[in-house]
Design a protein around this ligand. Structure first.
Ligand SMILES: [Zn+2]
Length: 118
């Protein structure tokens, strides 16, 4: 594992759009086929666009409360992930960390979270 993690997405060779997760069928922006996409490594770094604290949900893990952020990666893609910290705010810079956890059935997984960079 790398620290911070490296995320493998796609870059369109036609319009240069970067996608994460990778587009399986082609570019969502210009429509070229998947053969025109190349692997592209993204650092798990970005900034928080939106944030919400989850107090109740229908699975035992992750334990509540936890914070979900909409994170805009430095390369452009936007994703949702758990953001660790007590007072996560829009505009905070974050970096990705790999965290050992469990899926909803109790199986061990490695999950990508983000932490606020101070
Ligand atoms: Zn494209």
């Amino acid at each position: 594992m790398t620290d911070p993690p490296v995320m493998v997405g796609h870059r369109c060779t036609s319009c240069l759009r970067i996608a994460f997760p990778p587009d399986p069928y082609g570019c969502e922006q210009c429509g070229v086929s998947a053969t025109e996409l190349e692997e592209f490594e993204l650092e798990a770094k970005g900034s928080v666009r939106a944030v919400a604290t989850v107090h109740r949900h229908h699975h035992p893990t992750p334990a509540t409360p936890f914070t979900v952020g909409v994170v805009e990666l430095v390369g452009g893609p936007v994703l949702k992930a758990i953001v660790e910290g007590d007072a996560v705010a829009v505009g905070d810079s974050v970096t990705g960390v790999l965290v050992d956890g469990e899926d909803h059935e109790g199986n061990p997984i490695v999950d990508l979270h983000f932490r606020v960079v101070t």
